[in-house]
Each structure stands twice: as C-alpha cells, then as structure tokens.
Design a protein around this ligand. Structure first.
Ligand code: FAD
Ligand code: NAP
Length: 451
C-alpha cells in the first residue's frame, strides 16, 4: 500500500438514486482528492427515477441526462448488484475500506392502513405496484389482476395520481415508454373502467401538485369526476399556498364541467372518505367500504355514514417508510435515521464516519430536485469531518471488491451498466417509437450487463 493510497479520502455512498448521486457530485466538487464508490443493490443506477417516476413522465426521466454526468469523473466508481446489510455486505465492514459511509438508501417500505382485509389478494402498496409497472426486478412476479371494472387508489399525493393515470389511460399511450412487454400486455388486456381515488380530507388539503392534477384532464377518452359533497360549490376558504389555489381552481371547474365527459374510462376523485374495510371473495378483494368524513381543524372525523366501491384491486398510495439500517439508530415514527446536517446521531453524539442523505434522512417527501440541496448539506458535513476520521484499514480500491467475493457478490461496474443500458436502447429500437424498453428480470439484467 502506498502512502498516497492511505491518504486519499474514500467515501462509500449506499444508493445510486438522486440523493446518492447528488451527494457524490457535491463530494467530488468539494474536494479534488476525494474518491467515491456509489454502491447499489440493483444492477442499474438512478433509484426511483428509474423505478418510481411513472413511465409516461418522459420529461421527468430526462433528469438522468444530468445525473449521468457525475460518472464522467475518474474518481467515482459504480458498484451495482451490491446489497449493504443483512442480505449482503454488512455496513460496518465497509468502514474497513472507507473513511466515511453515506446512506442514501431511500424509503421503499409501503405503509399500511391498518384496516380489515388489507392482506387480501389484490390489495397492494404503491411501492410494490409502481415497482411492477416500472419493471423493478423485485416486482416482476407481482402481475396484478386488472380483470375487474373497478379499482380503488387510496391517497391524495402525486403517487396516487400517477397510479390512477397509468391505470386509466389507454395502454397505447404507454407503448411509447420504457415499460416492458408484460406490463404493456397487462394494461392492454385491462378490464378497468373506473378508478376511484379515495381521499380522506377535502380539496383544500391534498398533497398532489397542480401539474399532476391537470394532467388527468388531458388524458384521451378518460372522464374525471369530482365527488366533493358540494364542498367546492359552497366555497372553500382561499388557501395561502399558490399550489393549493391552483388545485382548487381546477377542481371547482371540473366539479361543474367534468373533463373528458363521455370517455370510456373514468377517474373519480372522492373527497372526505376513508377506507374502513376491504371486502373479499375467495381470498381476493372485491370491494372497499369507505366511511364519509368531516374535517375538524384540518384532521378528519368519521361521520358513520358509509358506502361501498366495487374493486378488484386496491392500491394504497399513502406514503412510505425507510428500512432500519443494521447498527445505526432509527426513528420508527418517521421511518428515518436521526441526524444533524447529515451526520448520523445516537444519544446526541455523531456516529463517526456514518452519514445519511435523501429520503432515509428527511422522510419520503420531496421531488427529485429537493435531494440536491440535501445532498450538498451531507457532503459538506463529510468533507468538514474527513480530516478527523480514522484512515480505513484497507484503502486500496480493489480491496473492497475482493472482500465482496467473500459474500458471494460480483458487482456490476459502470461499463457493465452501459452494456445493459445499450441492450435496453436496442430493445426500444426493435419495438419502435420509444427510446428504450426496460429489462426487468434480475438474471436478464445481469446477463445483458456481462454480455
Ligand atoms: C412512485 C414515485 C414516483 C415519483 N415520481 C417523481 C416525479 O415524477 N418527479 C419528481 O421530481 N419526483 C418524483 N418522486 C420523488 C423522487 O423519486 C424522490 O425524491 C427521490 O427518488 C428520493 O431519492 P433517494 O435517493 O433518497 O431515494 P431512491 O431514489 O429510492 O434511491 C435509493 C437507492 O438506494 C438503493 N438501496 C436501498 N437499499 C439499499 C441497500 N441496502 N444496499 C444498497 N443499495 C440500496 C435502492 O436500490 C435505490 O437505488 C417520486 C417518488 C415515488 C415514490
Ligand atoms: N410528479 C411528481 O413530481 C411526483 C410524482 C410522484 C411523487 N412525487 C413526490 O414523492 C413524494 C411522495 O409522494 P406520495 O404520494 O407517496 O406521498 P404524499 O405526498 O405524502 O401523499 C400521501 C397521501 O396519503 C394520504 N394518507 C396517509 N395516510 C393515510 C391513511 N391512513 N388513510 C388515507 N390517506 C392517507 C395523505 O393524506 P393526508 O394529507 O390527509 O395525510 C396524502 O394525501 C411527494 O413529495 C411527491 O410530491 C412527485
């Protein structure tokens, strides 16, 4: 080992989603000597940009063109197909190879409603459902049954609208995206005609953004119906936030004049309703009983009046939670790792050498761009601490790759990913009318990466 090698600051970033890549970018920009390994459990980078952003959000996916530039720097490596934690290399082992370890592992655990019938077949969290239509290797076998006319989507965030839109819009609109053939076939064969979005509070309390809402009105052959119990007609207090005023404007107009009237599919926005019970038939969900709510001081109180929506599929789009990271503190309520400016904190003291960024740091909210300033904050903390952190026992770059072999892990490097990337682009050219078609199965991804 040369003296130069022991002195090079080495940082591992766990997670190649937006927060990991923005943090890596800020680390490289902030110190000309630092080297970064970006480690991800998947053979492909980009986290939720690849596996969360809806396939028909092509413009949003183009953020990848900016994220990819981080890898132009010789001081960064991609180590894909490497799980950190109990199913892979333990996080504490990484400290033998790096001065600092930054967790950018996101929040991919679906939250539960905690109501009867939630375990029935046909009841899924948005994390699993979105992973399926985005071709995530862990969700290829989900293949939801889209064989009934009704679907219920619970929630009033952008994810709920993504799910409603993908299920309601004509499958041919998805054909020009990166969705793989099994997803397209399922959407083409879908019997869905009515997507019921069940929203527990009023139109003035939704989390979705005006652009996402307005996108519903632009869908071909889809009518959007606002069921608000006359709340909008009676007039709601004008919200301070511009986003909310714009939403109220669209919803008020639509409550009087539904966009896409007469369309063969419908998206129903049901305000002031909470799911109370999932009703099953032969182990599979067949309907959802919802209770009507009244809003009291921005929270809801059930009125006792209920109604039922027929549904063969129920998607809970009610937010996410992070996974605890072995060896690090975890706040179960927020589903995040306690931190100060990205430094992991235990009992008021920093856990030396451990950092967090992105959703595992601040919780499952915020758009892709929010992770840039977040990543910059964490990178600044790492850079400020580097001189005080102990040098790793094995700083040579190849040492960690050797150690991974002990855990049966063969990483996918950047060149491997570029081969997989090229294979997907080739599939897109073969389908025609799309830039790429995703390869979803992990074995097929690895085969293409190592071809
Ligand atoms: C369904 C959905 C759609 C969205 N659509 C949009 C949109 O259209 N526009 C927008 O601006 N924002 C959108 N967002 C928000 C945006 O995706 C997030 O702000 C952002 O992805 C969070 O970044 P992150 O890096 O913290 O997490 P993630 O993007 O989730 O990245 C985490 C990465 O860590 C890896 N990882 C996890 N655990 C381990 C482990 N143990 N070992 C190794 N690697 C691990 C994962 O594989 C993943 O690649 C969407 C979010 C969701 C859920
Ligand atoms: N195009 C985009 O820019 C885009 C697309 C997708 C996601 N994103 C971002 O990704 C983040 C995550 O989105 P998200 O939709 O998962 O989360 P979110 O914006 O936090 O919305 C979660 C929704 O679930 C509801 N909810 C929570 N618990 C519930 C319960 N028990 N019963 C009924 N409803 C419940 C919430 O209602 P209450 O408000 O009443 O709690 C809220 O409407 C957001 O910041 C979002 O903007 C962005």
């Amino acid at each position: 080992m040369t003296q130069a090698e022991t002195q090079v600051p080495r940082v591992a970033v766990i997670g190649a989603g937006p927060s990991g890549l923005y943090t890596a970018e800020a680390l490289l920009a902030g110190d000309p000597t630092v080297t970064v390994d970006v480690i991800d459990r998947l053979p492909a980078p980009y986290g939720l940009v690849r596996y969360g952003v809806a396939p028909d959000h092509l413009k949003m996916k183009s953020v990848i063109r900016a994220l990819v530039q981080t890898f132009d720097d010789d001081r960064i490596r991609f180590l894909g197909n490497v799980t950190v934690g109990e199913d892979g290399i333990p996080g504490d082992v990484l400290h033998e190879y790096y001065h600092a370890v930054v967790y950018a592992s996101g929040s991919d655990r679906d939250r539960d409603l905690g109501i009867e019938g939630e375990d029935l077949d046909g009841s899924v969290g948005s994390g699993a459902f979105v992973s399926w239509y985005c071709g995530h290797p862990d969700a290829v076998d989900l293949t939801p049954d889209l064989d009934r006319a009704g679907v219920v989507v619970v929630g009033a965030g952008n994810v709920a609208l993504d799910v409603a839109r993908v299920l309601a819009r004509p499958a041919e609109d998805i054909a020009g995206t990166d969705a793989h053939d099994e997803v397209l076939d399922a959407l083409r064969d879908s019997a869905i005609t009515d997507v019921h979005v069940v929203i527990r509070r009023g139109p003035q309390h939704v989390k979705f953004t005006p652009a996402e809402l307005r996108a519903l009105a632009k869908l071909d052959d889809v009518e959007v119906l606002v069921h608000d119990d006359g709340v909008l007609a009676a007039g709601v207090e004008e919200p301070d936030e511009r986003r909310m005023r714009q939403n109220i404007e669209s919803l008020t107009a639509w409550s009087q004049d539904p966009p896409g009237a007469g369309g063969s599919r419908r998206i129903h926005l049901h305000f002031l309703r909470s799911p109370q019970r999932l009703i099953g038939e032969n182990g599979r969900v067949s309907a959802v009983e919802v209770v009507r709510n009244e809003v009291v001081d921005s929270s809801v109180r059930a009125t006792g009046e209920s109604e039922t929506f027929e549904a063969g599929l129920v998607v809970r789009a009610i937010g996410y939670s992070g996974e605890p990271i072995p060896g690090l503190p975890f706040d179960d309520d927020s589903g995040t790792v306690p931190h100060e400016e990205g430094r992991v904190m235990r009992g008021g003291e920093p856990v030396r050498g451990s950092y967090v960024t992105g959703w595992i740091k601040r919780g499952p909210t915020g758009v892709i761009g929010t992770n840039k300033s977040d990543g910059a904050e964490t990178a600044a903390s790492v850079l400020a601490d580097l001189a005080t952190l102990p040098a790793p026992a094995h700083p040579e770059p190849d040492a960690v790759v050797e150690r991974l072999k002990e855990y049966g892990i063969e990483p996918v490097g950047w060149e491997d990913w570029l081969r997989l990337d090229a294979a997907e682009i080739q599939l897109g050219a073969e389908r025609g009318g799309t830039d790429r078609v995703k390869i979803a199965e992990r074995a097929a991804m690895l085969k293409a990466a190592r071809a």
